[in-house]
Design a protein around this ligand. Structure first.
Ligand code: PPS
Length: 495
């Protein structure tokens, strides 16, 4: 239509779903619980050219870009378009008082007589530099400041919004009264840099803002697979300038703010001189210090914000972790796992749960057989329980056979983002396991009474890079458990 709109909002569906619908039909758009939020009267069904979409919207087809990755690997291959009839807005149970519709926010501005409002977009916790930047921006254009953080999908690995909102509330105390307000924006970010900046600004216009802050590297996705940034640091400002006339909202461009030690204040980077001592703490370094429980200087952030973040992202010795034993039947997994459990209980820093192969088979997986499919399902269940324990700061010790590498890798990938993961290969040779034959199962397998027994007529894929390798033919259970403890200590999970 010629209306300026930088971001396609598409409904992607699977090919199978698309087969079943025709233009002219209506489909229900539901939330995760199945509540119908809107009806889409389908007028178009088409297969998009994703390469072209990626190139045009994100300026790249490199899958290191999170939105390109989403488009290519997660979005369905067919798009459906048409008129939407809204039935009810999505329900949120968190921070209800901080969520506003565009008309609610416009109403608030009107009621308070705020004619000029400058919006600040963010997906990160705010520190002193942000406070300085936003406050200066508001003063520059003589406007009220709206901090409007995104609480929907942001960049993978970002700090969760519950923690961020608690941080924003602390930072709000730092502004003079009646100058600043906070409202949350439920948006799925695309990290599309320049186009995203225009999109963010148009959304803010709809919320009643007159100005929008665009800083350095707005909505930047980080580096591409060659290590180069996807967009130039001020590309977003340039694109905004190009379209400012038709935007209906003005840009307040901002250069990066830095702390100048000799002046004991923040300044825009381009306003510092050669005699100035500029202090810098990168996001990566900040996260490292947080993770290691190291000092974070007062010039960088506010003590209450740091405390909030430390609480949400404790150092390793306060995080949960999983010790995942894998090995043949009779290799000694359970014995070492039990010895480890009591040692960790003695240490007492966190609650410990043992998910032993046999015990899980009795309580969690009683209907499963030893087929490949069922073994995988069994390990996925164990991984899921361990991931929940790890996420909540506990210790999970798992001791199944877990014969397949791919499934073990899945478990590792599921747990690693939530806490520690230590894979221990109990590599006791099969001859020793068979000679022990504590349950008489090897004898039965040899006699053909049990089919598909691991190591006899069923595979065991040896782990390639376990954190630890233990052979209980050479090491007692007690010493083996001690070695696990030492490894955990080395990794930083116990003190
Ligand atoms: S798996 O492959 O990870 O799902 O196996 P797991 O749940 O750890 O169960 C292993 C225990 O079940 C007994 N058992 C068998 N193991 C291997 N193959 C076959 N066919 C089989 N049938 C029964 C065996 O006692 C295993 O216990 P552990 O403690 O490993 O000796």
């Amino acid at each position: 239509s010629g209306v300026l709109w930088p971001m396609p909002i598409t409904l992607d569906v699977s090919e199978a779903f698309a087969e079943d619908i025709r233009a002219g039909q209506s489909i229900a758009l539901r939330d995760q619980e199945g509540v119908i939020l809107a009806i889409l009267d389908v007028s178009d069904i088409w297969t998009p050219d994703k390469e072209r979409e990626a190139e045009k919207v994100f300026g790249s087809t490199d899958q290191a870009h999170p939105a390109v990755d989403y488009l290519f690997n997660r979005a369905g291959n067919v798009y459906v378009g048409g008129k939407i009839r809204g039935l009810e807005p999505p329900t949120f149970y968190d921070f209800k008082l901080l969520r506003d519709t565009p008309s609610e926010l416009r109403g608030r501005f009107r009621k308070l007589g705020w004619r000029k409002v400058v919006a600040f977009q963010t997906r990160n916790p705010l520190h002193r530099a942000h406070q300085e930047l936003t406050f200066r921006a508001a003063r520059e254009v003589d406007a009220i400041l709206l901090i409007q953080p995104v609480v929907g999908l942001t960049k993978p690995g970002d700090i969760d919004h519950f923690t961020r909102v608690r941080c924003y509330e602390h930072v709000l105390e730092q502004y003079p009264e009646q100058t600043t307000t906070l409202s949350l924006l439920n948006l799925a970010m695309r990290m599309a840099g320049p186009r995203e900046a225009l999109w963010h600004a148009l959304i803010r216009k709809n919320y009643g803002c007159t100005h929008f802050i665009v800083g350095r590297d707005h909505a930047g996705p980080g580096n591409d697979s060659n290590g180069n940034p996807f967009y130039g640091p001020y590309d977003a400002q340039d694109l905004f300038k190009e379209h400012e006339d038709e935007m209906g909202i003005s840009m307040v461009p901002f250069k990066m703010m830095v702390y100048v030690e000799n002046k004991a204040e923040y300044m825009p980077a381009d306003a510092t001189g050669p005699q100035d001592k500029v202090l810098n703490l990168s996001g990566t370094e900040f996260r490292r210090r947080l993770r290691e429980g190291l000092d974070i200087p007062e010039w960088f952030s506010y003590p209450k914000v740091v405390e909030e973040l430390r609480h949400a992202y404790p150092p390793k010795d306060k995080q949960g972790f999983t010790v995942f034993f894998t090995g043949l039947s009779g290799s000694g997994k359970s014995t070492v796992a039990n010895a480890l459990m009591v040692k960790l209980m003695e240490e007492g820093s966190r609650p410990v749960t043992l998910l032993d192969g046999d015990v899980v088979r009795k309580n969690l997986s009683s209907e499963l057989t030893f087929s490949k499919e069922h073994r995988d399902l069994n390990i996925q269940r164990i991984g899921y329980v361990a991931s929940e324990i790890t996420k909540n700061g506990g210790i999970a010790i798992c001791a199944p056979i877990a014969p397949y590498s791919a499934t073990r890798r899945q478990v590792r990938e599921m747990i690693s983002p939530l806490g520690g993961f230590l894979e221990v290969h109990v590599s006791t040779p099969i001859e020793i396991c068979e000679a022990r034959d504590r349950k008489g199962l090897y004898a039965k397998a040899r006699a053909g009474l049990i089919k598909g027994f691991t190591g006899i007529d069923d595979p065991y894929e040896v782990p390639e890079n376990p954190e630890l390798d233990i052979n209980t033919g050479e090491l007692s259970a007690d010493l083996a458990a001690h070695r696990v403890l030492l490894t955990l200590e080395k990794m930083g999970y116990i003190k």
